[in-house]
Design a protein around this ligand. Structure first.
Ligand SMILES: Nc1ncnc2c1ncn2[C@@H]1O[C@H](COP(=O)(O)OP(=O)(O)OP(=O)(O)O)[C@@H](O)[C@H]1O
Length: 363
């Protein structure tokens, strides 16, 4: 019987593909270590995100491939992760130092739960083990300070803004600095200047993901953002009703126009489960998010139910993924976060994007 060696294990692993990236784990450099002790093999896999939704599938595939080798009795698979940077290849835009991925959370219409989704996705990614920041770019109605509170308030050191901290994430919002009602009267150039300052003067530190909560629509903030940094991807939040979907499509098309990958759609307020009888009511209609996702060829990252705990948690500064982590709503947010992280991993191994023309604000 031929000897069990590291090379033979790697050879056996070569046909095993990452299910999202459709490339060999070996070729992607994801097999970090192979340790052989007698008939026991231990394989250390480095995932492209700690929030990988396919961890168990990868474990099974690796185990099966190694177990098929003659002389192997036990296989142990361990995991670590290293998030790769997406959004390179746009030389006209400077990445934020230390920030690997920037994710814009957008909606066409106000009130669909975009900020709620941004907060819960950001905290869910941190709970999975990623380093995460959240920038509230909704300067017209900053709601992040209310939804998250802050264990540490933002501060100023050597003319650099140090973000606040809440639930393990770095967080910055104009709402920590100004009376939110004053922010509502801001106009175009000032808003663009503030956004640029948030992108350049906030000391985010090393982040796997910076989640950016945008104002609704396609205005100055969106344009400033896409023209200042190489945005890694956008998530569109919508409710299932037609009027919200029509606006969501506009948002989706704007990101496509500026060659920002749309990671997918999160359908919020998808259904309500009666706490008394368990009846599922589709208050805002059904299937809208999926129809748009299919039509435009983007994934439906998740469907979040209407849950009073979401609103209560938001009003108390405790996101539902923290306040009720075992609930099906928290589970739905975590799954959406994992799907978004997986899409970003796919973007990170793709070829660099081509630079795009600068757009002018539509007035
Ligand atoms: N799934 C949900 N279940 C129950 N309440 C929700 C849900 N999602 C959001 N809400 C509530 O709906 C209200 C609006 O949500 P949010 O502020 O996140 O929307 P938005 O799209 O960011 O709004 P805007 O962009 O206009 O500021 C909030 O009170 C929030 O707590």
């Amino acid at each position: 019987m031929s000897e069990l060696t590291r090379e033979r294990v790697l050879e056996a692993l070569r046909p095993v593909q990452d299910p999202e990236l459709h490339r060999s784990l070996v070729d992607l450099g994801m097999i970090k270590e192979v340790t052989i002790e007698g008939a026991s093999v231990r394989v250390q896999v480095e995932l492209t995100t700690p929030a990988c939704p396919l961890r168990e599938r990868i474990r099974e595939d690796v185990e099966r491939a190694v177990r098929a080798l003659p002389g192997v009795q036990t296989v142990e698979v361990g995991f670590s992760s290293r998030v790769r940077a997406a959004g390179t290849g746009l030389p006209d835009r400077q990445p934020i130092p230390g920030v690997k991925n920037t994710i814009a959370v957008a909606s066409g219409k106000g009130g669909v739960g975009k900020s709620t989704v941004a907060v819960n996705l950001a905290v869910a990614l941190a709970q999975e083990g990623a380093t995460v920041g959240l920038l509230d770019a909704d300067v017209y109605g900053p709601s992040i300070p209310l939804m998250l509170g802050a264990e540490e308030q933002p501060g100023l050191v050597d003319n650099k803004i140090i973000p606040g901290r809440a639930y393990g994430i770095a967080v910055m919002s104009v709402g920590y600095i100004l009376d939110p009602e004053k922010a509502l009267i801001w106009r175009g150039p000032l808003v663009s200047q503030l956004i640029r300052q948030f992108l350049s003067d906030v000391q985010w530190g090393d982040l796997d993901y910076l989640v950016i909560d945008l104002p609704p629509g396609t205005g100055d903030v969106q344009l400033t953002l896409v023209q200042t940094i190489p945005l890694s991807g956008a998530i569109i939040v919508t409710t299932p009703q037609d009027v919200a979907l029509a606006d969501a499509i506009k948002g989706l098309q704007m990101f496509r126009e500026v060659k920002t990958p749309v990671l997918g759609i999160v359908e919020n307020m998808s259904y309500f489960v009666c706490p008394h009888c368990g009846h599922v009511a589709e208050i805002f209609g059904s299937g809208g998010g999926e129809r748009v996702a299919n039509k435009y060829g983007v994934p439906l990252l998740g469907q979040i139910p209407i849950d009073p705990a979401v609103r209560e948690g938001g009003d108390r500064g405790v996101p539902v993924v923290v306040g009720q982590p075992g609930s099906s709503t928290a589970q739905a947010f975590r799954e959406a976060a994992r799907q978004a992280a997986a899409r970003l991993s796919v973007e990170a191994v793709k070829k660099p994007r081509k630079p795009v023309m600068m757009l002018q604000p539509k007035r």
